[in-house]
Design a protein around this ligand. Structure first.
Ligand code: CU
Length: 160
């Protein structure tokens, strides 16, 4: 017996609809990832690694818990694209950032900056909210105040 052509088409389109619905329900909205980071006078972040899902909303609160005035020991938190690595960060980001005191040491329009906080003095805090990249990998976050990265204000956001 020959299969009924219109039945076959109906079955196929049903399957297409089903797989579409399944694909939709398979992408649940993960709740926002909240991260609290402290920076201190020793030029360290207390949180140096965290994980997020691709496309997840991320909310990072950075607090300067040091006591040294902002002009000599300000801290910010800058999340960088994964093209910026520990090997190229000096030339590709830190050097240009070092001359941007007027912009909290973040070069305006830098495409490798995914998100950044304000530059913070003692006891100040700031929250930055952004959407995690879709591309899995390791993304550096740093303080771009001159000299602080090399002392240790850095960490990795892992998208996976
Ligand atoms: Cu700093």
């Amino acid at each position: 017996m020959k299969p009924n052509k219109s039945l076959l088409i109906a079955a196929l389109s049903c399957a297409a609809v089903l797989s579409f619905v399944t694909a939709c329900s398979r992408a649940p909205q993960a709740p926002p990832k909240e991260v609290q980071v402290q920076a201190d006078d020793k030029m360290r972040f207390d949180v140096t690694a965290f994980e997020v899902r691709p496309g997840q909303k991320v909310s990072i609160t950075i607090k300067n818990v040091g006591t040294t005035p902002k002009f000599s020991m300000g801290h910010n938190l800058v999340v960088l694209d994964k093209q910026i690595t520990e090997h190229n960060i000096q030339a590709k980001f830190l050097d240009p950032a070092s001359t941007e005191a007027a912009h909290d040491y973040v070069p305006p329009g830098d495409k490798n900056v995914l998100a950044h906080s304000k530059l913070l003095g003692p006891n100040e805090s700031d929250t930055v909210t952004f959407t995690a990249p879709q591309v899995p990998g390791q993304y550096l976050y740093v303080c771009s105040f001159p000299g602080h990265y090399t002392q240790g204000t850095k960490g990795f956001m892992t998208v996976k």
